[in-house]
Design a protein around this ligand. Structure first.
Ligand SMILES: *Cc1c(COP(=O)(O)O)cnc(C)c1O
Length: 381
């Protein structure tokens, strides 16, 4: 058997390890200067004035809603085709997720359905830029402005994305990033929120550490003074070790994207010749973050194809099965199959293939061959 083509391999190397070592050899491990440096580099990369380092994107979605005044009694419009975090964060904030269906072509929230889901309780829209391909933010901003809603962008796949000249976070009120183990830059666990609004950034900084008005770094580096807690916050602050791992990777984000784009182009070229296989399309005028390469096959073949690829030692994943069909959502809110048919169809037919800079040319060929052989095998019997 040939070696396994892993589903994902991170890019942490000597530079990241040396930076992390410097933090370990320093006095201060938690939120301090290394985090501040990462925050300013991230803000600069995104061309936004503020970024706040957190422990996860889930934390970022949760705190964004709180900082923007979304809570009990409110509704938030979002997509059913995402990782559960995007809808769970709405529940964590005490609000209620209202799903609208997605576009067939991209899997992103269908902006033309959003207005129909707005009620007097609606306070926010939470779009997810799925697989790295941006939602129609110009359209969503127009709708939000007309109804005085805020927008929290889930950019867990879309650090590098833009569309129609608009980058992530430039039309939304906050943009939320994940540095989870399989994301394009990673510290194992980690996240951040970037925002155009200074007041919101200040709120996020308090909310990430129990609602205390000074952070630990201030308390330790200045002369002791008593601190006050002014609102109920959470414990979501990024630490210096996470920041040390992320700073060098952020500097190479464009290089990584270029390699992923090349791999995606090779897959698209090969799979457009395969009968019964389709893949999402990046809209005209959009620059995808190319976070995931997904294909779609007949739902009856999907799970068999997953096993056939794994038998050939290819790492695979499913991103994502529709959130409203998860047991908790069905049982708590009475969601059923048939409510969001396009999200369900994609959820039942999608499969993700390896896509990361360290994937070698030989491994790309093996994935393509494994796809061809597996599909031929499944069609025969
Ligand atoms: C990974 C992911 C998240 C959650 O990120 P964490 O940092 O693990 O909390 C949220 N939304 C989407 C779309 C994701 O893929």
């Amino acid at each position: 058997m040939q070696h396994k083509v892993e589903f994902f391999r991170h890019n942490i190397g000597d530079e990241e390890i040396a930076r992390a070592m410097a933090v370990l050899n320093s006095l201060f491990l938690t939120t301090g200067e290394e985090v501040s440096l990462f925050e300013s580099r991230l803000a600069e990369y995104l061309a936004l004035p503020h970024a706040v380092g957190l422990t996860s994107a889930t934390a970022g979605l949760h705190l964004s809603l709180l900082a923007l005044g979304v809570g009990a009694g409110h509704e938030v419009i979002t997509t059913p085709l995402s990782f559960v975090a995007s809808a769970n964060a709405i529940l964590m904030a005490g609000a209620r997720p209202v799903f609208v269906d997605v576009e067939d072509e991209t899997g992103n929230i269908d902006a033309s359905l959003v207005e129909g889901a707005i009620t007097e309780k609606t306070r926010a829209i939470l779009p997810v830029h799925l697989y790295g391909s941006m939602c129609d933010m110009r359209r969503l901003r127009e709708i939000a402005d007309r109804h005085r809603l805020v927008i929290v962008e889930d950019c867990a796949h879309a650090l590098e994305a833009s569309r129609d000249g608009v980058r992530v976070g430039h039309l939304g009120d906050t943009a939320v990033f994940s540095f989870y183990a399989t994301k394009s830059i990673t510290s194992g666990e980690g996240g951040a929120v970037a925002t155009r609004h200074g007041r919101c950034a200040g709120g996020l900084k308090m909310l990430r550490s129990h609602g205390i008005e000074s952070d630990a770094h201030d308390r330790y580096t200045r002369l002791y003074r008593h601190y006050d807690m002014v609102l109920l916050g959470w414990k979501y602050n990024m630490d210096n070790l996470q920041a040390a791992l992320l700073i060098p990777q952020l500097a190479r984000a464009e290089e990584y994207l270029a390699r992923r784009s090349l791999i995606a182009a090779r897959y698209e070229e090969a799979f457009s010749r395969l009968e019964g296989v389709s893949f999402p399309h990046v809209p005209q005028g959009a620059r995808s973050g190319r976070h995931l390469f997904t294909i779609q096959v007949d739902p009856h073949l999907r799970d068999r194809l997953l096993w056939a690829l794994q038998e050939r030692n290819i790492g695979v994943a499913v991103n994502f099965r529709a959130i409203h069909l998860m047991s908790y959502y069905r049982e708590t809110f009475g969601f059923q199959r048939g409510m969001f048919p396009r999200a369900e169809r994609i959820g039942d037919s999608t499969l993700s293939l390896p896509l990361y800079p360290k994937l070698t040319d030989g491994e790309i060929s093996r994935v393509i061959e494994a796809m061809e052989e597996s599909l031929a095998g499944l069609k025969k019997g």
